[in-house]
Design a protein around this ligand. Sequence first.
Ligand SMILES: [Zn+2]
Length: 185
Amino acid sequence: MEHASINSSINLSEHLTLSSEAALGHLSELNGSRLSPHFTLGELCKTSVNSLEGNIPGREEIENLKRLCPWLEELRYRYNQRYVCCEEENTEEPIIISSGFRSAEVNKCVGGAYSSNHLTGCAVDIRCVGIEQVLRYAVILMDYADETKQDYDELLIERNRHGRYWVHFAVRSKDNRRKTMFLMI
Ligand SMILES: [Zn+2]
């Protein structure tokens, strides 16, 4: 798979005229760009891996991340409506993305699957505080899929050996398989 490069998301000639400091500034500006009201590109690309090349999506990967945002917005809205007592906007609970787009290098470092949907920006891992929140998130996403007659590619409830839970959720541009599973990793 072709590796996403910085130049596919930043105008090449403009990028070449920037000093490295300015280029970094431009990059953080890019990270701050909002893909939907509550989600930024930076949130959907963050990683704890100290990657030499950076974890930078190309145009296609950004389009794939954007496709996930209506699902994440709906998840956020419905979760707060149903389970959080929020009379004021600032008491709403955010949806925390622990991993979204991963470059090949980052995916390898975190032990991601060879053909992971994270590589194309089609998947996010949504952090959960426990089994109840995992189940509530999963139900909201499945209900939304049914109501809007859309399919997702993967909805995986994952649990690691430390007892930490998250929802891996993926939507592709086509051929979504609606793979729904519980995984212990
Ligand atoms: Zn994942």
